[in-house]
Design a binder for this molecule. Sequence first.
Ligand code: NI
Length: 158
Amino acid sequence: MAIRNLRYEGDDILKKKSREVEVIDDKLQTLIDDMIDTMHKYNGVGLAAVQVGILKRVIVIDLYDDKGPIVLINPVIIKTKGEQEVEEGCLSFPNQFAKVVRPAEVVAEYTDRDGKRMRVHAKELLAQAIAHEVDHLNGELFIDKIVPGTLEYIEPEE
Ligand code: NI
């Protein structure tokens, strides 16, 4: 397990579309472990593989609740319901926060790290996180869809 280098605002890779995962091998498992470590190191609630420079459709999410980190491989949002206007940030845009309109509910299918196809019905923060991270897999960034005039720069506390 290791902390990977994050890719930041201005890095062209963040605008690229990630490829489907075809095999879940040891290399992918290591990537997943490293992504979880990297997300935790920077106190993120989600991370997409592209943010550590790997164009594969893999995301990790941790809401720091009793579920622990969840791993979504080749996630597909099959249904959304409603809207929520939420405060959002991104590990690739340190200290920048803005309001974004996300679906209130998301139904997504994905493969877990054991290769099993799963379905999740997410609401609130989990719906927001899935929508944000799936956007990353398509080269889409929250900064390009913020509610105008809501961008704030917040320095981290010492
Ligand atoms: Ni992000």
